[in-house]
Write a new protein. Structure first.
Lengths: 128, 134
């Protein structure tokens, strides 16, 4: 059994694809029409054969309640690793991304939290 | 400040208040990152952190969840995986990443990745060929 996929809940798949590719720098991997929605995944440019991130629509209403609760509490839905969080922070800020937590050291890691414009806080992490 | 931000600050205060000690352990981790292929031992590494061996192992495990030795082995295997994608043979890879025994290297590699170095290399080559076909 292998772990090949993870997901983020998004309120708009097209908007999410734009943000996750043009801003965060992921690459579209699969797009399969499924009626009202699609099976839409992206991968890291550096690991294109690696774990896929599903941009998951919220067809199930309770998912929206869950997403909203996490977002309002500032809790990240998921986290991505970066090599240099300070550089990544500057790059993303210049692209208009809003951060609720600027890069801050937490023991052996440095972390930051951004708004993905699709209803989620996303954490960036760098191992120091 | 969000709830999450408050929790982060609380945790930081609780777990990581000894900033100087943390920086010393991180420095030692960087020493491992930069010298993994050399013949280094716990005494060398603890010395870079200006800590006793016992205190160093304990502090490292609290920060990283593994001992310095386990971390050194993980770094060596990570680099071995990269070198296995080159034309170096298994013995050359073993030595290049700091192991002295090929048998030990193969056993540890299998324990940490689930594959022998040879199988890992072959699997990677096959998956590269699949990507090219696509």
């Amino acid at each position: 059994m292998k772990i090949k996929i993870t997901s983020v809940l998004v309120d708009d798949q097209d908007k999410a694809l734009k943000f996750y590719t043009e801003i965060l720098g992921f690459v579209k991997k699969t797009e399969v029409p499924l009626g009202e929605h699609k099976w839409l995944t992206v991968v890291s440019r550096e690991e294109q054969d690696g774990v896929e991130l599903l941009l998951e629509p919220m067809g199930f209403a309770p998912a929206k309640i869950y997403q909203k609760a996490l977002f309002e509490a500032g809790i990240p839905l998921t986290a991505f690793n970066v090599d240099n969080i300070d550089q990544e922070y500057e790059r993303l800020k210049n692209l208009g991304v809003i951060f609720s937590i600027a890069p801050a050291q937490m023991g052996p890691v440095k972390l930051a939290v951004l708004n993905d414009t699709c209803g989620n806080n996303i954490q960036l992490v760098q191992m120091i | 400040m969000t709830y999450y931000h408050t929790q982060i600050q609380k945790l930081r205060q609780q777990l990581y208040s000894k900033d100087y000690l943390i920086q010393q352990v991180i420095q030692a981790k960087h020493f491992i990152d930069d010298n993994f292929a050399e013949k280094i031992d716990l005494n060398n590494i603890a010395a870079t952190a200006f800590l006793s061996k016992f205190h160093f192992i304990r502090s490292f495990k609290i920060l990283y969840g593994i001992t310095p030795y386990q971390y050194l082995m993980a770094v060596r295997i990570k680099h071995a995986k990269q070198l296995l994608l080159t034309s170096k043979n298994i013995t050359e890879v073993c030595i290049a990443v700091g192991f002295e025994s090929v048998t030990y290297f193969i056993g540890l590699f299998k324990k940490m990745t689930g594959l022998t170095p040879d199988l890992y290399r072959r699997k990677k080559q096959l998956s590269r060929m699949d990507l090219i076909k696509v």
